[in-house]
Write a protein of this length. Structure first.
Length: 456
């Protein structure tokens, strides 16, 4: 599926396997410019708008909407509303092309809230096959939208995807990331900042979390294919396939379009747990029309739904299974992943480790407040180990001059450092620190008598 504003999201349909692509007539509609507007592409982008340019851009946009919008009546209504705004003088004071594009985009979306409708401007002629203002202009240098990949405490894999840039070469990058995560006992995929991209890439990626037997994913309908075409997960994929690994997706209201498809499919097929807030509600596929003077119009050309229930996420978004503010969803996801791993773990040593890590994760979710004056009393040197107050929190340094590590308050005078717990006790004016390892070993250290409680 191609739900984003990326130009390759239209062009990629040419390369779809026959079972997955739209009918030829629908493909043609997605790839051709609006009749009569081809000549407009050759016009040098405007640096300052004139009434004639504004009028031409609005009229060309209205014509494209009337011809191509997925719902004909709605397309005409949006076109009429745009012309009415022009006639009312709503754009008369706008001479900056980028500002004009911003205002028109808001007006395009005002009729029915379609977040895929857009007007973009580029001060230089866009490269062949790319729209003006393309945010995905150089996918390799943006790692095709794949950001951080790491292993969190408890062997929980984490992957941030900021967009699905399905240009040539994305498969290798996805497989590399999934191989890095292949030994993780649970996986978190962070889509909170993902505004969409290529549906080909989403299908390629989420197919790694299904079995080899294809499962239905989405149904795509257009004007020319009213009954729609059903898509399925891929029967064969390179790299690790993990249909059983506990999977968690972090979502927000910035999660849109193809990122919503990714979330929608994995939730609908009961394959992942979604954590965060409702997603954006951008559930159409988009094609791009060059409409002259450096402007490109994004037009919704399909509707997308669940092939079994008929439900869509357009306007309504995808609801999370665990609703928390987006800023807290990684903490919530880490704790949920640890619980999922713990539920299937029988080895006593591993259970102890995971239980400790879960306690620390829960304490991060719901922080325990400690009086800063009390933290300062605990600071000092404990037989070579250094405890200091850094940014209002206790920090532990194993070796003088080494890297300090923040401690997580667990309540009382007990703190966590991963699966290790540190307990401070004061007796007869002397403070001792007991370091309790997850394997059951303990050491007790005494604070230097020359140290005075201090903070920094």
């Amino acid at each position: 599926m191609n739900c984003s504003v990326a130009p390759h999201s239209v062009l990629a349909r040419i390369r779809r396997p026959a079972a997955f692509r739209l009918a030829p007539a629908a493909l043609s509609a997605a790839l051709l410019l609006v009749p009569g507007l081809l000549r407009a592409q050759a016009v040098v982008p405007a640096t300052t708008l004139t009434p004639a340019i504004r009028s031409a851009v609005i009229e060309n946009a209205a014509a494209a909407l009337a011809q191509d919008y997925v719902d004909a009546d709605t397309g005409r209504a949006i076109a009429d509303a745009l012309r009415a705004r022009l006639k009312a003088g709503a754009y008369d004071a706008l001479t900056n092309p980028a500002q004009f594009a911003e205002v028109v985009t808001r007006d395009l979306r005002a009729t029915n809230g379609d977040l895929h409708l857009s007007l973009r401007f580029s001060p230089t002629p866009p490269a062949a096959g790319r729209p003006a203002g393309d945010p995905f202009a150089d996918p390799p240098r943006q790692n095709f939208g794949l950001g951080r990949a790491e292993i969190l405490d408890g062997n929980v894999g984490y992957l941030e995807i900021t967009s699905f840039m399905g240009a040539n070469g994305y498969q290798e990058v996805v497989v590399d990331a999934l191989r890095f995560l292949s030994r993780a006992d649970a996986v978190i995929i962070d889509l909170r900042r993902n505004g969409g991209g290529s549906g080909e890439m989403t299908h390629f990626m989420f197919s790694h979390f299904f079995g080899a037997t294809p499962v239905p994913t989405i149904r795509v309908r257009s004007r020319s294919v009213p009954d729609g075409v059903m898509r399925q997960s891929l029967a064969a994929v390179p790299g690790p396939r993990r249909p059983e690994v506990p999977l968690f997706l972090l979502v927000s209201q910035r999660t849109a379009s193809a990122a919503e498809e990714f979330s929608f499919v994995l939730k609908s097929r009961r394959r992942a747990t979604l954590i965060g807030t409702r997603t954006a509600g951008a559930g159409h596929m988009v094609a791009f029309r060059a409409i002259g003077h450096g402007f490109t119009l994004g037009v919704s050309i399909t509707r997308v739904s669940d092939p079994e229930t008929g439900l869509e996420w357009e306007q309504v978004g995808v609801q999370p299974d665990i609703a928390v503010p987006a800023e807290q969803s990684l903490l919530e996801g880490h704790a949920a992943a640890l619980r999922a791993i713990l539920a299937t773990t029988t080895d006593a040593t591993r259970v102890r480790l995971l239980t400790r890590l879960l306690a620390a994760a829960d304490a991060r979710r719901k922080p325990v407040q400690v009086d800063p004056r009390h933290l300062a009393r605990l600071a000092g040197t404990y037989e070579g180990r250094v405890i200091a107050v850094v940014d209002g929190r206790l920090a532990y340094t194993r070796v003088a001059g080494g890297l300090n590590e923040a401690l997580v308050p667990l309540g009382g005078d007990r703190f966590a450092l991963g699966a290790t717990q540190l307990l401070f006790e004061e007796r007869a004016g002397t403070i001792r620190l007991t370091i309790d390892q997850a394997d059951g070993t303990q050491i007790t250290l005494t604070r230097s008598t020359s140290d005075k409680p201090s903070g920094r």
